[in-house]
Design a protein around this ligand. Structure first.
Ligand code: UDP
Ligand code: MG
Length: 313
């Protein structure tokens, strides 16, 4: 145990979670009561433009729980931006982003703290099963982690999300990466540091509904890949080279054949096939260029990832 009292900051994004606020803090109070002798607690609640009464509920919860700090964003910026805002405001020696819907059991934070006391700077919480996910989601997640492992230079661990403990050093490093496309899993993995893992079981959502549908998850995956790998850009030059080579060989074959056997009219089928195929390949590669160009565009604008309306503390 360290001599000086250390401060633990939880960073919690809230988006339309009015039913869950009271329950969340009841659980927090229960779980963290035993460690308050050694640690100061701060909970940075980021209200990510909720359309319900989440903000009012947070303000009410703060009356009885003075450790709550509320960061009210001007609109919905998305979970990644909300976590970024929370990390910017958190002042703890140890920071743990955690979901408001209690799918990340707060008890795991105690385990993480033990690892931190042993000297680890990052403690990842790895979900041991995905039974709360739909089967297609499970499959997609597996494919995504596999793909990104192959084509990106940063090692993004599978089944690890935003739920993790970070030392102040790590938080400062994460804060120094100011890119606008905030693919947090990638950013967290990129900064490195002495890392270990604790396992946990995801709990079913306590109330309400997930705000991530398949389309959002797909966009999330595309963002992850294009933010942390340029392989999809580069692969097309090789593919194009291969196709050109094949076309060249085929052209030679046609010339020789015409010289030896004379002109032959049929050939519509092969022409069409080649034409459609190359057109398809070109469209795909233009699409991929577009993905990256869009990313460059949004970085070039240098907009902040979030706007704060008010901080209540
Ligand atoms: N969330 C957010 N902004 C959003 C969507 C979600 O701050 O635009 C928060 C939400 O309140 C919750 C966490 O992110 O605390 C995880 O969201 P959710 O439970 O909907 O996602 P899932 O658990 O299905 O990944
Ligand atoms: Mg959830």
């Amino acid at each position: 145990m360290q001599n000086a009292r250390k401060k633990l900051s939880l960073v919690v994004p809230f988006y339309n979670e009015e039913e869950g606020v009271a329950r969340f803090f009841a659980r927090i109070n229960l779980v963290f009561a035993p460690i308050l002798d050694h640690y100061d607690l701060e909970v940075c609640c980021v209200n990510d433009g909720s359309r319900d009464h989440t903000l009012e509920e947070l303000v009410r919860a703060r009356e009885s729980n003075p450790y709550i700090r509320i960061i009210d964003l001007s609109r919905n910026f998305g979970k990644e931006a909300a976590i970024t805002a929370g990390l910017d405001f958190a002042s703890g020696d140890i920071v743990v982003p955690i979901d408001a819907d209690l799918q990340h059991p707060p008890e795991v934070v105690l385990e993480m703290l033990k690892k931190w006391e042993e000297g680890f700077e990052v403690v990842l919480a790895r979900r041991t099963d995905r039974t709360t996910d739909r089967p297609i989601q499970k499959l997609a997640a597996r494919a995504f982690y596999k793909a990104i492992r192959y084509i990106s230079r940063v090692e993004i661990p599978a089944d690890v999300g935003d739920f993790r403990l970070m030392d102040r050093k790590v938080v400062n490093a994460v804060k120094s990466l100011r890119e606008n496309c905030r693919f947090m899993k990638g950013i967290f993995a990129w900064v490195g540091f002495r890392t270990t893992i604790v396992d946990y079981k995801v709990e079913p959502r306590e109330h309400g509904q997930t705000s991530f549908n398949m389309w959002k998850l797909w966009n999330f995956a595309v963002e992850g890949i294009t933010s942390f790998s340029t392989v999809p850009l580069r692969v097309w030059s090789y593919f194009g080279g291969l196709i050109s080579l094949l076309a060249f060989v085929y052209g030679l074959y046609l010339i020789v054949k015409t010289l030896l056997l004379g002109v032959e009219t049929p050939g519509y089928a092969s022409l069409m096939v080649v034409l459609l195929f190359t057109a398809g390949v070109q469209l795909i590669s233009i699409g991929i260029l577009g993905e990256y160009l869009g990313r460059v565009f949004s970085e070039a604008k240098r907009r902040p990832s979030y706007i704060v309306r008010e901080v209540i503390e």
